[in-house]
Design a binder for this molecule. Structure first.
Ligand code: PAF
Length: 294
């Protein structure tokens, strides 16, 4: 594995790699969820490039940019073990210099869900992902389904800006108790960590409610999703929404999900961490921990 920090080093390393490139962009502090993206990438192309860059433009002024966990050497070891070819960890200066003034906006898709509580966040994500796509020129880029809105925004960006890149979404990796893996889980103490499982329990409750009565209104499904989270002393829900799977537009609250299907998406602060999770409710529960929740 080549470890590079500048764009020119990266290009020299890429020149030596004939064949197709899969790309996994990350902000580091890698966990099994990231490794699943990488393993998927390796099945889709000849070579794998992973970037680690804690992108300042996607953090709001009161968010956790400075506290965001970092472990560059540990990340590089994990990438090497998985079979990554190039590990790219640029500095902030390498990416933005001091006079960067271009921003990418993906209208509409960024105006609800996380876009409401994190103004500017998706503009920062779209900008860095566009830049990394231009720098690396991959054939396939891999993102997690945990960040559904991000995935939808990147897909639209790729389509609208005519990037010749396949965007693959990989299912969420979870702990045995259902908690979706996230670098931000490390902000939780033991009790908050236990409370955080209420997000996935809420999603499974909504899934079961839908299974029992597919005619149940979206508003009632959302009540089922919210209830376990609202029971937690340290939880504050940012949103719980029932949305269409691809457009992520809200379903009508008084109506059942219907043939178009739905995802329930939830975001909540648990103590110091803002966590997100989502689940497609009109499909069987994915293999894994969610199936064995009580
Ligand atoms: O999902 C993330 O970790 C980030 O939003 C991404 C895609 C690496 C852009 O900084």
């Amino acid at each position: 594995m080549r470890r590079v920090t500048t764009i020119s080093q990266l290009h020299r390393a890429l020149d030596k790699l004939p064949g197709s490139i899969a790309f996994v962009p990350t902000m580091g502090f890698l966990h099994d969820g990231h490794l699943a993206l990488m393993r998927h990438g390796l099945t889709r192309a000849d070579h794998l490039v992973v970037s680690v860059f804690v992108n300042p433009t996607q953090f709001g002024p009161d968010e956790d940019l400075d506290a965001y966990p970092r472990d560059l050497d540990g990340d590089a070891d994990k990438c090497r073990d998985v079979g990554c070819d190039i590990f790219f960890s640029p500095s902030r200066d390498e990416i933005y210099g001091d006079d960067h003034c271009t921003r990418i906006n993906v209208d509409r898709l960024d105006s609800h869900l996380c876009g409401v509580d994190r103004p500017g966040h998706f503009q920062g994500v779209a900008t860095i992902v566009t830049k990394l796509f231009n720098i690396i020129d991959p054939d396939v880029a891999v993102f997690g389904q945990k960040d559904r809105q991000q995935l939808a925004i990147i897909r639209r960006l790729v389509r609208d800006l005519n990037f010749a890149i396949d965007v693959d979404g990989v299912p969420t990796v979870r702990e045995d108790d259902g908690l979706a893996l996230s670098s931000r889980n490390r902000y939780l103490d033991d009790d908050q960590r236990r409370q955080a499982t209420s997000l996935s329990r809420g999603l499974v409750a909504a899934h079961r409610a839908f299974d029992e009565d597919p005619q149940m209104s979206c508003a009632r499904l959302l009540e089922a999703a919210r209830a376990p989270v609202e029971d937690q002393p340290d939880a504050r829900i940012d949103y719980a929404e029932c949305v269409r799977p691809h457009s992520l537009t809200p379903c009508c609250p008084d109506e059942p999900v219907g043939e178009a299907g739905a995802i329930i998406a939830i975001a909540a602060h648990i103590g110091p961490a803002r966590l997100i999770d989502n689940l497609r409710i009109d499909r069987p529960l994915p293999e894994g921990p969610l199936r064995s929740l009580p």
